[in-house]
Design a protein around this ligand. Sequence first.
Ligand SMILES: CC(C)(COP(=O)(O)OP(=O)(O)OC[C@H]1O[C@@H](n2cnc3c(N)ncnc32)[C@H](O)[C@@H]1OP(=O)(O)O)[C@@H](O)C(=O)NCCC(=O)NCCS
Length: 160
Amino acid sequence: MKAAHGDIIVCAMTEDDLDEVLAIEQYSFPLPWNRDHFLDELKTDCAFPLVAFTPGEKLAGYICPRLLLDEGHILDVAVHRSFRGRGVGRLLVERVLMECRDGGAEFVSLEVRPSNEIAIALYRQLGFVETGRRRKYYENGEDALLMEYHYDNEEGSDAV
Ligand SMILES: CC(C)(COP(=O)(O)OP(=O)(O)OC[C@H]1O[C@@H](n2cnc3c(N)ncnc32)[C@H](O)[C@@H]1OP(=O)(O)O)[C@@H](O)C(=O)NCCC(=O)NCCS
């Protein structure tokens, strides 16, 4: 049976989660982060990496955000392939939007590959808008689309 949105628990990532996180990361990205990247997020003051667990305590996904002054930034987000399309990604991004708002952010930014239609659909659905491009940002020469969520535009969006 598919886990319903409400059955997923989101909590702070710990070092114990890293084997499962790395397995998802390696499956999800052509140039995956390694253990040191995640360890950095775990010990950086402005970072607050989160994980999502199913009721059976399987790690379904994770997100690596940072909050510095008035800007939140999402560096990495991925969902286990068995749990995609069930609202886990949306839940993780919504949680970050909530935490950054509570922490005083005016906006949250991220970069995404223009070819990543699924991620772009998710971000747009939550109220992110495209604000620019970073030329040849990715290892294969692909540009990055820069997207931002602004809290002063919240009215009319179905986000948090
Ligand atoms: C992008 C990703 C995190 C989305 O997570 P997810 O849990 O599958 O997404 P959700 O089930 O929460 O879906 C949220 C929205 O995303 C979009 N979406 C999700 N799956 C989709 C699909 N197969 N086709 C089109 N849009 C899709 C939809 O807008 C969806 O909203 P809806 O269910 O109301 O239609 C996941 O696909 C993933 O891990 N991809 C690989 C890593 C990656 O690309 N990360 C983003 C880097 S910027």
